[in-house]
Design a binder for this molecule. Structure first.
Ligand code: AMP
Ligand code: GLY
Length: 424
């Protein structure tokens, strides 16, 4: 069948790489894609939130399956658009409905869902401009540090963790009364701070059945030792070494099962990935957030470990037959290290020529922010390449990624040399 992937990052290149391996994939399209996807698929220049353009692309190219990479089109209802459009009947769109996507699109909604279905998470209360004073009083009842979260999508920047009470009150006011994060902070969730170590669990669900995919841990800060500004992610490791059977059992029973059951009870159409951000406090798992898509760069370590044909897996997701398919996982560990443009996550330049990619054979170079210009591959974003390696354990895999990074270069290339540092 012909397949279309929506998105343009390392996540989407990884999806393209895995789908292209399948005997069931005929023509593969990526919209808008990058220089990496252009080498294995056909890039289509369109905006992923322009549903009519997506529809035209699907019809023109006789596409049978659409895999949605980022959250934006999901939160804007692309699954509902496909379900309601006569010409698109039978096209298998992988991604939740708008109501499902609200688990990521609204932090308040996600917290209500967790409360409703008894899923362990930090205690919270939410406030608007009208209840600013009550919000400040609520902060006084908590212990530092204070966690403030803009309710809506804020490009990963909407969470503030503050040590000082006065500063927390001021930031609450900035968010609610001075639109610090625009419309996203019209409602703010204030949460109890949880002290522990983070990990992510990825679930593929057809709305009834589910499969737990490999775990991963990402490294979000720009600086070594997890310092400095938040980024989309500077590297990742899979599996998470401390996610042993006992912890995974707790996660499945207390979090994964009630989440999928909750979707069913609330009659929410959900055929896609559920990315659960967790924190382990002592030996107990708590949910920090839901995302309604795969993570980036987590996809770059999770998908390469899945041995089952990905087209078959996604087809079963669409047809709600995930219970009839086994997911086989590569025992090896996978690591990825992101190469970013100097200045990222703040201002950076684009259009820098990248060299060395063709010299690498024992790691996979996934493209993120790249494009082709005059026959050359050049940088086209903050996160540029993800260098993924597989080996018997994550230390060996990391060693391979770093050895290969030495062969790559572009002007002002930067990466963290301490991915996995907290696990050694
Ligand atoms: P989120 O966007 O909800 O994933 O939050 C961004 C980051 O803030 C998370 O990855 C955590 O590192 C941190 N965080 C969020 N909520 C809490 C919490 N309740 N306690 C401690 N850290 C948190
Ligand atoms: N790496 C975090 C995310 O994709 O949200």
């Amino acid at each position: 069948m012909n397949i279309l992937i929506l998105g343009s990052g390392g996540r989407e290149h990884t999806f393209a790489y895995k789908l292209a391996e399948s005997a069931n994939c005929d023509k593969l399209f990526v919209a808008p894609g990058n220089a990496g996807t252009a080498a294995i698929a056909t890039n289509v220049a369109l905006s992923v939130t322009d549903f009519e353009a997506v529809k035209n692309c699907v019809l023109e190219n006789k596409i049978k399956m659409v895999v949605v990479g980022p959250e934006d089109p999901l939160v804007h209802g692309i699954a509902d658009y496909f379900a309601e459009n006569k010409e698109l009947q039978g096209v298998m769109l992988i991604g939740p409905s708008k109501r499902g996507a609200l688990l990521e699109g609204s932090k308040e909604r996600a917290k209500e869902f967790m409360m409703q279905h008894n899923i362990p998470t930090a205690a919270y209360a939410s406030f608007t401009k009208k209840s600013l004073d009550a919000g400040k009083q609520f902060l006084e009842t908590l212990k530092a540090p204070y966690v403030l979260k803009a309710d809506g999508l804020a490009a990963g920047k909407g969470v503030l963790i503050l040590k000082d009470l006065q500063e927390a009150k001021q930031e609450l006011e900035n968010m609610l009364s001075h639109s610090k994060f625009g419309a996203a902070s019209e409602t703010v969730v204030i949460e109890e701070f949880l002290d522990g170590i983070e990990l992510s669990v990825f679930v593929l669900t057809d709305g009834k059945n589910y499969k737990i995919l490999p775990t991963a841990k990402d490294y979000k800060r720009i600086g070594e030792g997890d310092t400095g500004l938040n980024t989309g992610g500077m590297g990742a490791i899979s599996p998470v070494p401390f996610a042993n059977d006992v912890l995974m059992q707790k996660i499945e029973e207390r979090i994964v099962k009630p989440s999928v059951l909750g979707l069913q009870k609330e009659k929410i159409d959900y055929k896609g990935f559920l990315f659960i951000g967790l924190i382990k406090v002592g030996d107990e798992p708590y949910v920090i957030e839901y995302n309604v898509r795969m993570g980036d760069p987590e996809t770059e370590v999770v998908l390469p470990r899945i041995k089952t044909d990905l087209v078959n897996l996604l087809e079963a997701t669409y047809h709600q037959t995930l219970n009839k398919i086994d997911v086989s996982i590569d025992d090896r560990a996978a690591t990825t290290v992101m190469l970013v443009s100097g200045g990222y996550p703040e201002a950076y330049e684009k259009g820098k020529e990248i060299s060395g990619i063709s010299e690498i054979s024992d790691s996979i170079v996934f493209h993120a922010g790249t494009t082709q210009k005059e026959g050359k591959v050049v940088t086209n974003g903050g996160r540029v390449l993800a260098v993924t390696s597989l080996d018997t354990d994550y230390k060996l895999a990391l060693k391979k990624s770093y050895q290969n990074i030495a062969k790559l270069s572009f002007d002002r290339m930067y990466y963290r040399s301490d991915i996995g540092f907290d696990l050694f």
